[in-house]
Design a protein. Structure first.
Length: 140
């Protein structure tokens, strides 16, 4: 089972429709690609692709922020992580709704999941994978 495909989405509670889908795909070893697909037409980005190396992240800085909601008050269950050096070195490729493409640099990655239990499970698995890939605590 691919956990991110089964649980990697945020949804509208009222309509039960998906707002965003994210997936994690292994490229080789500790190199992975995170894909975010934004399904809500009001979001300017249609798809975002972030190639990351898990060893660049701090396993102690993986968080599940409590009580998150979106603008429509839908509960959001997110796992976020930050690079050990906090540097904006993740080159993100974004496809915009108008068809244009943009790139920008970020220092954090995030995943939306379908429940608080899935978020906690993913957080633990991600911390373990980051540690196995050589991820170290931030020096400060």
């Amino acid at each position: 089972m691919n956990f991110s495909k089964e649980h990697g989405y945020a949804r509208n509670v009222t309509s039960n429709s998906k707002l965003q889908i994210n997936s994690l795909r292994v490229v080789e070893g500790c190199s992975v690609v995170v894909e975010h697909e934004y399904l809500e037409p009001s979001v300017k980005i249609r798809k975002r692709t972030d190639p990351i190396f898990l060893g660049d992240f701090d396993p102690a800085k993986i968080q599940v922020p409590p009580n998150l909601t979106d603008a429509a008050n839908n509960p959001m269950f997110m796992v976020q992580m930050e690079r050990s050096d906090s540097a904006r070195k993740i080159q993100t490729a974004a496809e915009m709704r108008d068809g244009s493409k943009k790139t920008f640099l970020i220092a954090e990655e995030f995943f939306y999941l379908d429940s608080p239990d899935a978020a906690e499970r993913f957080k633990k698995a991600l911390a373990h994978a980051i540690t196995l890939c050589g991820g170290k605590r931030a020096p400060f």
